[in-house]
Ligand binder design. Structure first.
Ligand code: SAM
Length: 272
């Protein structure tokens, strides 16, 4: 199969910058991503297959590949160039596609998520995956290095934000690969990073995401003041005391484990 640059030049297709269309043309990177995904015999969800740089390899290893692409031109070219019985290309906006349907298709099976993500919705895509009922065991996601820094950030870092806490609670995250603009066509202006997300045995208490988002709402406020948006002064004080967390601390200083303790106490107090 031709690589994405050759397909673009031959077809005269004009990449859509607003959809984050920077296509991967680095065969060593493609090989590394497939190897990181450990997708042999597993069902795979690919987000934004584009012209098939990753898809064409995934179908050789995965039991099935469901690829969701927003751009009808890509869907048409991909369907023409890549016919495989284990490939289902869905023309849809990933942010609107009912993931419960995918969970149903995959059944009880664990699945792998792979994507060279459109940069403009990296965090919303990840948040959506983490909120979904999909049984994801592993994700290999390529993103701008700046976005990757947020997933990897530790308490106290300036990049430590709600998605850092939420992702680190569910996954053990590591850097799989770093890429320069030369690995893409057209070349973006920034470097990219491939992150490997390995599902941990940790989970969310019911109100975990709600607590994390409320705690970070106003970065300069203390956790006590931010959590007042969820309950009254007395309950908020009691909550922090029970979780052994100072009223004066800011959300950015708390580890995912401390947020976990806070959410457990919150669930208990609310349930009473
Ligand atoms: N996977 C291909 C590759 O590595 O060469 C393309 C990656 S490109 C960075 C991102 C792809 O995501 C594009 O094909 C773009 O059209 C698609 N995309 C953008 N927004 C999307 C959305 N909301 N839902 C599904 N696909 C989307």
């Amino acid at each position: 199969m031709l690589n994405s640059k050759e397909i673009i030049l031959q077809s005269g297709l004009n990449p859509n910058k607003a959809l984050g269309q920077n296509f991967l043309i680095d065969s060593a990177a493609i090989e590394r991503i497939i190897s990181l995904s450990q997708c042999s015999g597993m069902p795979v969800l690919e987000i934004g297959p584009g012209l098939g740089a990753l898809t064409s390899e995934l179908i050789n290893h995965a039991s099935k590949v469901i690829a969701i692409e927003i751009d009808g031109r890509m869907v048409e070219l991909l369907s023409k160039n890549l016919a495989a019985t284990n490939l289902n290309i869905i023309h849809a906006d990933f942010m609107k596609y009912p993931l419960s349907e995918l969970a149903h298709t995959f059944g009880d099976e664990q699945c792998i998520v792979v994507g060279n993500l459109p940069y403009y919705i990296t965090s919303p895509i990840c948040q959506r995956l983490m909120d979904s009922s999909l049984n994801v065991s592993r994700m290999v996601l390529m993103m701008q290095s700046e976005a990757a820094d947020r997933f990897m950030a530790k308490p106290g870092d300036k990049n430590y934000v709600p998605i850092s806490v939420i992702a680190q609670q569910l996954y053990n995250i590591s850097i799989g690969l770093k890429l320069s603009p030369a690995s893409y066509f057209p070349s973006p202006e920034v470097n990219s990073t491939v992150l490997l997300f390995e599902r941990s045995s940790r989970s969310f208490p019911a109100n975990f995401v709600r607590i994390v988002k409320a705690a970070f709402a106003m970065r300069r406020k203390t956790i006590y003041n931010n959590l007042l948006s969820l309950s009254d002064k007395h309950t908020t004080s009691k909550l922090l005391e029970k979780a052994n967390i100072s009223h004066e601390i800011r959300a950015e200083a708390l580890s995912p484990e401390e947020f976990f303790a806070l959410a457990i106490e919150y669930d208990e107090i609310i349930a009473k």
